[in-house]
Design a protein around this ligand. Structure first.
Ligand SMILES: *[C@@H]1O[C@H](CO)[C@@H](O)[C@H](O)[C@H]1NC(C)=O
Ligand SMILES: *[C@@H]1O[C@H](CO)[C@@H](O)[C@H](O)[C@H]1NC(C)=O
Ligand SMILES: *[C@@H]1O[C@H](CO)[C@@H](O)[C@H](O)[C@H]1NC(C)=O
Ligand SMILES: *[C@@H]1O[C@H](CO)[C@@H](O)[C@H](O)[C@H]1NC(C)=O
Ligand SMILES: *[C@@H]1O[C@H](CO)[C@@H](O)[C@H](O)[C@H]1NC(C)=O
Ligand SMILES: *[C@@H]1O[C@H](CO)[C@@H](O)[C@H](O)[C@H]1NC(C)=O
Ligand SMILES: *[C@@H]1O[C@H](CO)[C@@H](O)[C@H](O)[C@H]1NC(C)=O
Ligand SMILES: *[C@@H]1O[C@H](CO)[C@@H](O)[C@H](O)[C@H]1NC(C)=O
Ligand SMILES: [Zn+2]
Ligand SMILES: [Zn+2]
Length: 860
């Protein structure tokens, strides 16, 4: 390919692809410089691991041992605070640990609420509470409320260059990330537990609360929306431990200024939790560090990273608020399990839960009536920004208002995603069926010329985006592989079939794919030909190439008298018409210069018209751009993001606007089948309805019923306009000057035109055959369909049936709607022949020529 002609979109595409690929190259060049840093960070982790290994329960007591924070802690009656040598847990870091006692207290309170005391004894304290799900992996949604902090903190409270001198902090003297300032908001939790559970020996009962004898490590992605405050939504990753028997999860963020995961055991509710988590973490952290040490050069990503900004080690981090989270998993309610209110035996419930879980993990077809929801409550506490959040729900709020975090287990989530992906694939197949139906109807150049290129393009872009997303997801989709593959296939079908329809439309409309170029300039010479001369006169090219065929203007004078403008439609320069003519000529065996129109067409086509392939390239780029911006919109302000998504949806659902425009410009009543229009509208609204209306959709997006109602209304309005165009004509109620002239096939026929000779051949006074004249004089006084006029009868040349033509009386204006409908029954050609509307319309699907005199007809 010659370089100078490289279109802009290809350059952009190249840049885009390069940009996509470059970061991986960046890693390679950075790696040598980074490895020093990685080595020092890893040795820091080693030191932290040593501290974790050597500290004991009670070594971290920032409030002094006098506090009530640690039940059963008897190894220190002295009031002096104690710290451990971990970043963030040291005295000089000056973290706000005042609320640590409150954190434990509130957590304990939630646990006691989730597992109420039986017979006055808190079974939770002795590790014998009601049975809960053993595997807590799942997706949950709820609301958080902020509690009053004891001592507000700002970024000025810290000197990060002092507490972490090895780092060059960026933005530590402005507001930190994840700083929640609002009072309430939404919270999403995606919890993933390790598959293997580690068993350990519990401490004796005197050291209550006990932790239940088994532990596993967990990871959670928590997103909280700060609607009332910063207007941002923050996403963070926490790591920690899960005690399945107790249903307790404790997690923390880890960063350069907070060795959270190494200090986690010190934040647990009691010594039993401390010991079990210390042993688990000692082991699993050691494994992680060892793995990182082995691959210093190839893998420089930060372990236990809490945000998604930059996965690599860096010397200049930016500070975020650190969080510690205590989660209590609730036991499923008895009604949810299908049990009666009377307590029979606790073991029943445990066995049922186990049966449900094992069936979920490895389905064997065991009968499960109903899978209870996953419910959790949580306390979230930031020891540096001093933010104290709790999930909203009982006992502080009535359960009817908010019920902590509600969600489903991961297996249920995956199967629901699979169902919805399949449903989407079915929607896509529906689109394929509609497209095929439309193609069956739209295959002649004349029908193809009516459809709007941009309407079909918008559908194609959306399908292409679905296909791209599904195809790139399918490679990594373990659990959703088959449905994703089905969706990939369905969207591919929809894309290719839509693309083939679009290619045909493009081919027909090439010189100017946009509607609106149907100006009158191209059609001046040809519509004025008379019936008698046009049949016998071959087209002759004019030297200037604009008017391609000039028939001897025998009846030219009748032109202006005919109602409506005679200049109409597209000239012969339009390849659609040209091809049609050529085809018709060949079919008829006529020798009338089939190649005439071709040079004119070539001359008329603007040299800059992009090829179909390059247009598709632009669409690809546009789709990729929209997807990229959409993907990066996660970090935007929530209102901005919501506006962006709504505007994208609005633009997408405005797909009928180009068709409406084209109908007006070409004076065409209907271009697409009604099944197609309504079916496509509904099918394309359905996926949006899922995300805009369903609160527990699998992306957990915020629902916007009002925005969706507006979108649906907008689509409905467009369909209504299309229906109006079909019923009363596309130009009904639009000022004349606004659009180019087009031939009006349904003109008002006036009695005062009879004398002037401007009426369709066969209806005028001077040329009506005797039979028709007789009949028309008989019917003269009859009140016609036109309301106030008379009707005349004539034979339709196509079907040979009688055609009743309503007339408007001399001197009267006919603006009534019944008149509009009555005029729809007949069609008058520029050559003054008149036919039944259905007859001529079906004829014109194949040939844009008058059936009687072979004069070219402007397309409808
Ligand atoms: C942990 O501490 C024990 C003694 O309490 C010591 O033997 C062991 O080497 C330490 N392990 C690590 C990884 O430091
Ligand atoms: C300590 O516990 C007592 C009751 O056991 C309670 O009244 C008091 O508020 C607690 N103090 C703190 C600092 O938590
Ligand atoms: C804390 O640990 C660091 C290494 O991470 C060490 O250099 C320092 O001496 C320790 N401080 C105390 C008081 O043990
Ligand atoms: C958090 O936001 C509050 C209110 O805007 C501000 O006063 C405080 O300094 C911020 N904290 C941090 C650590 O940036
Ligand atoms: C922060 O600590 C550094 C190093 O100890 C010191 O030079 C600087 O003055 C401190 N800044 C403030 C604001 O205290
Ligand atoms: C899961 O736990 C096992 C045993 O504790 C450990 O070997 C494995 O690395 C853990 N897996 C993850 C992903 O943490
Ligand atoms: C669920 O937990 C059980 C034991 O509690 C374990 O055997 C199983 O592998 C876990 N499954 C998953 C998917 O975590
Ligand atoms: C931590 O792990 C090391 C071996 O990696 C072991 O020697 C040590 O006893 C463990 N410490 C604790 C407290 O479990
Ligand atoms: Zn007919
Ligand atoms: Zn004709």
């Amino acid at each position: 390919m010659p370089l100078p002609e490289l279109p802009a979109y290809k350059v952009l595409l190249t840049i885009f692809v390069l940009w996509w690929l470059l970061p991986s190259n960046d890693y390679q060049t950075q790696s040598v410089a980074l490895s020093d840093l990685v080595v020092s960070r890893l040795s820091h982790y080693r030191a932290c691991l040593d501290v974790l290994n050597t500290t004991r329960w009670g070594d971290f007591a920032p409030l002094g041992a006098a506090g009530n924070d640690s039940k059963g802690n008897d190894n220190g009656d002295h009031a002096s605070p104690r710290y451990v040598n971990l970043t963030g847990f040291r005295e000089e870091d000056r973290f706000s640990w005042q609320d640590l006692g409150r954190f434990r207290e509130r957590g304990l309170r939630l646990s006691h609420h989730a597992m109420p005391a039986v017979g006055g004894e808190q079974l939770w304290d002795v590790g014998e509470g009601a049975p809960v799900w053993a595997n807590a992996s799942g997706v949950l949604l709820g609301q958080w409320v902020r509690l009053q902090e004891s001592e507000p903190r700002t970024y000025d409270s810290y000197n990060l260059s002092q507490s972490v001198p090895s780092m060059h902090w960026i933005g530590d003297k402005t507001e930190w990330g994840r700083n929640v300032t609002g009072g309430t908001g939404r919270i999403q939790v995606r919890l993933t537990g390790n598959e293997t559970v580690t068993a350990y020996d519990q401490l004796p009962k005197t050291d209550a609360p006990l932790s239940g004898g088994s532990i596993r490590n967990v990871k959670a992605v928590v997103t909280f929306e700060d609607t009332g405050g910063t207007g941002l939504s923050w996403e963070m990753v926490l790591f920690g431990a899960h005690w399945p028997r107790q249903g307790v999860v404790i997690m923390t963020t880890t960063s350069e200024k907070f060795d959270g995961i190494f200090g986690l055991p010190h934040l647990t509710p009691g010594p039993d939790y401390f010991q079990s988590s210390q042993r688990l973490l000692n082991q699993s952290l050691e494994q992680t560090i060892a793995a990182k040490e082995k691959s210093i050069y190839s893998d420089q990503s930060i372990p236990w990273k809490s945000n998604f900004d930059n996965p690599l080690h860096t010397r200049s981090p930016s500070p975020h608020c650190e969080y510690v989270m205590y989660v209590q998993i609730h036991p499923p309610s008895r009604q949810d399990l299908g049990l009666g209110p009377t307590v029979s035996k606790g073991e029943d419930v445990a066995e049922m839960l186990q049966a449900i879980e094992s069936e979920l993990e490895s389905p064997l077809g065991a009968p499960i009536k109903h899978i209870p929801k996953l419910q959790m409550s949580a306390v979230i506490y930031s020891p540096d920004c001093n933010i104290f959040l709790e999930t909203k729900g009982p006992p502080d709020f009535p359960a009817s208002e908010a019920d902590h975090l509600l969600g489903v287990k991961i297996e249920v989530q995956i199967s629901s995603i699979n169902h919805w992906l399949l449903a989407y694939a079915v929607v896509m197949f529906g689109q394929v069926v509609l497209l095929k139906g439309q193609i069956r109807e739209t295959y002649t150049p004349s029908t193809l010329a009516r459809a709007s290129f941009w309407t079909i393009s918008m559908m194609l872009i959306a399908d292409g985006m679905t296909f791209t997303a599904a195809a790139s997801w399918v490679a990594t989709a373990h659990y959703t592989f088959l449905p994703t593959l089905t969706l990939t296939f369905a969207s591919f079908m929809s894309m290719t079939i839509g693309g083939s329809l679009l290619a045909k439309i493009y081919e027909v409309q090439t010189p100017a794919p946009r509607a609106g170029r149907d100006g009158p300039q191209a059609a001046d010479g040809r519509n004025s030909g008379s019936a008698s001369t046009a049949t016998s006169t071959p087209l002759t090219p004019t030297p200037d190439g604009t008017g391609t065929g000039t028939a001897p203007a025998a009846v030219t004078t009748t032109g202006p008298i005919l109602p409506g403008p005679v200049t109409a439609g597209r000239g012969l320069g339009d390849p659609a018409v040209a091809n049609l003519d050529a085809a018709a000529n060949i079919m008829d065996g006529a020798s009338a210069v089939p190649g005439v129109a071709t040079p004119a067409a070539a001359r008329l086509a603007p040299p800059s018209t992009p090829t179909f392939q390059s247009l598709m390239g632009r669409f690809l780029l546009l789709g990729a751009l929209v997807m990229f911006i959409g993907g990066s919109s996660i970090a935007w302000y929530m209102t901005v993001r919501s506006w962006f998504l709504n505007i994208c949806a609005f633009v997408y659902l405005s797909m009928w606007i180009p068709q409406i425009h084209r109908n007006i410009m070409r004076n065409c009543r209907r271009a697409l089948k009604w099944q197609f229009v309504i079916g496509q509208s509904v099918l394309r609204l359905l996926p949006l309805a899922y995300f805009w209306l369903k609160p527990d959709n699998f992306l957990l997006t915020r629902t916007e019923p009002r925005a969706f109602a507006m979108l649906a209304l907008w689509v409905w309005v467009q369909i209504f306009v299309l229906a109006t165009q079909d019923a009363v004509g596309p130009r009904f109620g639009i000022p004349k000057g606004w659009m180019p002239d087009a031939w009006d096939y349904h003109p008002v026929l006036r009695e005062d035109n009879i004398e002037a000779g401007g009426l369709p051949i066969g209806l005028g006074v001077e040329d009506s055959p005797a039979r028709d004249r007789r009949r028309s004089s008989e019917d003269k006084d009859k009140v016609g369909l036109g309301g106030g006029g008379s009707t005349r009868a004539i034979d339709c040349a196509i079907c040979r049936e009688v055609l009743e033509v309503p007339f408007v009386k001399a001197g009267e204006e006919d603006m009534s709607v019944t008149g509009v409908f009555a005029r729809r029954a007949y069609m008058v050609t520029p050559c003054r022949h008149i036919f039944h509307t259905p007859c001529l319309e079906s004829w014109m699907k194949f040939r844009l020529q008058c059936p009687i005199c072979r004069e070219d007809l402007p397309p409808i």
